[in-house]
Design a protein around this ligand. Structure first.
Ligand code: ADP
Length: 270
């Protein structure tokens, strides 16, 4: 059996998905990106292969994507994260039900509009400002003495109105959070306020290209149930969250690697 690897080298986390010849997900791993992209990616791949009892020669094709995609010399090919994200959503959910993808990453966020065949019609991206990204959530967790995976539970505990976080920049928002704590506000109302602040930014970004029904929400922050709830409230729509939202782009890259190798052997345009 041959395997195909999609490696999403994100600003925050390296995600690797392995698919087999029948496009079944054979394994996955998420590891911190750190500063040594190539080394950390190789280490993550080695651990994944070891866990699955595979060796490097079992992997017929590697396609890298994401922020650091050009930095992994073992990749056979690279592809943009926009292309890989759309491919991942198609692989996971099919083409019938998705028209809009909202991806929030560690340092950027993007909205993709798809046509009925799952191909990209338009997209918009924010990579200039951390306020609508996972970095804001990490800063919030740090200041509240918790981890990002604890934010959903804190949001659920908020029984009153979420606090308004008015700062438009994470640097000022950090001071705002510290001063809200000093005034005696509860962590849960602050967390809910941060989730709504991010959700409003994402919706404003999405409105630039339009939001169409059939919304798929992915990227690491989609693991946060509070972020999902705030986004649904601001969108006035339910969103579809895959079982492993942080892995969508890597799964798309693995599917594209398999397609490139099995069907044509021709490069996929990045
Ligand atoms: P990138 O591709 O830019 O590295 P990811 O899609 O991996 O970004 O998302 C990283 C972000 O996901 C982090 O900044 C954090 O906010 C969020 N995140 C990661 N793991 C979790 C988790 N277990 N629960 C909630 N949020 C998470």
């Amino acid at each position: 059996m041959r395997y195909f690897a999609g490696i999403d080298m994100g600003s925050t986390a390296i995600k690797i998905a392995l698919v087999d010849e029948s496009e079944e997900l054979a394994g996955h791993i998420v590891a911190p990106t750190g500063s040594l992209f190539q080394q950390n990616t190789l280490a993550a791949l080695r651990i994944l292969l070891q866990e699955k009892g595979l060796s490097r020669s079992d992997v017929a094709y590697i396609l890298s994507t994401g922020y650091g995609r050009k930095l992994f010399s073992e990749a056979d090919e690279t592809v943009s994260e926009i292309t890989a994200n759309a491919a991942g959503a198609r692989t996971i959910a099919g083409t019938a039900s998705i028209r809009t993808i909202i991806n929030i990453g560690g340092q950027d966020s993007k909205i993709l509009l798809l046509d009925g065949d799952g191909h990209i019609r338009n997209f918009v991206m924010n990579d200039k400002c951390a306020a609508g990204t996972g970095r804001f959530l990490e800063m919030t967790a740090r200041n509240l003495g918790t981890e990002v995976d604890g934010l959903g539970e804190l949001h659920r505990r908020c029984s009153g109105a979420p606090l308004a976080i008015t700062s438009t920049c994470t640097v000022f928002a950090e001071s705002e959070i510290i001063s809200l704590l000093a005034k005696g506000h509860q962590r849960d109302e602050i967390v809910a306020g941060v989730h709504y602040s991010i959700a409003r930014r994402i919706v404003r970004l999405a409105r630039r290209i339009g939001i169409e029904d059939g919304v798929f929400f992915d990227g690491g922050p989609a693991l946060n149930s509070g972020m999902v709830a705030a986004l649904e409230d601001e969108l006035l729509r339910r969103v579809m969250v895959p079982a492993m939202p942080q892995l969508t782009t890597a799964i798309g890259a693995a599917a594209l690697a398999r397609a490139a190798w099995l069907e044509t052997g021709a490069p996929i345009n990045a």
